[in-house]
Design a protein. Structure first.
Lengths: 63, 130
């Protein structure tokens, strides 16, 4: 039981270290749209579609 | 329950949702978390603009069901179901799936009679009172 606890602790520490050291840095920006027919789109920052969707969002998110 | 009650429940249960507004099929506000009517109107307008823009980026004219925009300052989520639209803002790096689930639960909690265009938010936020 003690070994199992240690193993869980080691795994948790490894995941935390991985995420804090190698995880993505900086603000994440993205936009996605899902449609009634089940299709969906993910728009990356810099694309024209992203900027079209980001404009109304900026109005209410950026003070 | 009506839209205002459902929104109150949403903000109580979700730690990520900051502001939210529910609109009917015509775009009229049914309920809002904002006490300020102008702020609620602004969020509603942004939601409708977002849905319009999302419809434009797709090749087929199918209805937009969900839009999520994540920026450094936070997220804006819009979900449409059963003739209702809910829009909500969150802080940075929201858990998209969880927010969408909370918004869907909120929409489904609204009774059908409340879906017919009652201007609950305006009454609740004081517009027209006096």
């Amino acid at each position: 039981m003690r070994r199992l606890f240690r193993l869980a602790l080691v795994v948790a520490l490894a995941v935390w270290a991985w995420r804090s050291l190698l995880g993505e840095r900086g603000p994440r920006e993205r936009a996605s749209v899902a449609y009634a027919d089940g299709s969906s789109l993910v728009l990356e920052p810099g694309s024209a579609g992203f900027e079209r969707l980001a404009a109304p969002a900026r109005r209410v998110l950026v003070p | 329950m009506d839209a205002s009650q459902a929104l109150a429940e949403l903000t109580e249960l979700s730690s990520q949702v900051k502001r939210a507004v529910v609109l009917d099929a015509s775009g009229a506000i049914l309920g809002a978390t904002d006490a300020d009517a102008a702020a609620a109107e602004e969020l509603a307008r942004a939601a409708l603009d977002l849905v319009g823009a999302a419809g434009d980026v797709h090749a087929s004219p199918d209805e937009v069901a969900r839009v999520e925009v994540e920026l450094a300052a936070g997220g804006l989520f819009v979900l449409r179901e059963g003739g209702l639209t809910i829009a909500a803002t969150t802080g940075p790096r929201p858990t998209s799936g969880l927010v969408a689930y909370d918004l869907r639960t909120c929409l489904r909690a609204i009774d059908p009679p409340a879906r017919k265009g009652r201007r609950g938010a305006r009454a609740r936020t004081g517009e027209g009172e006096g």
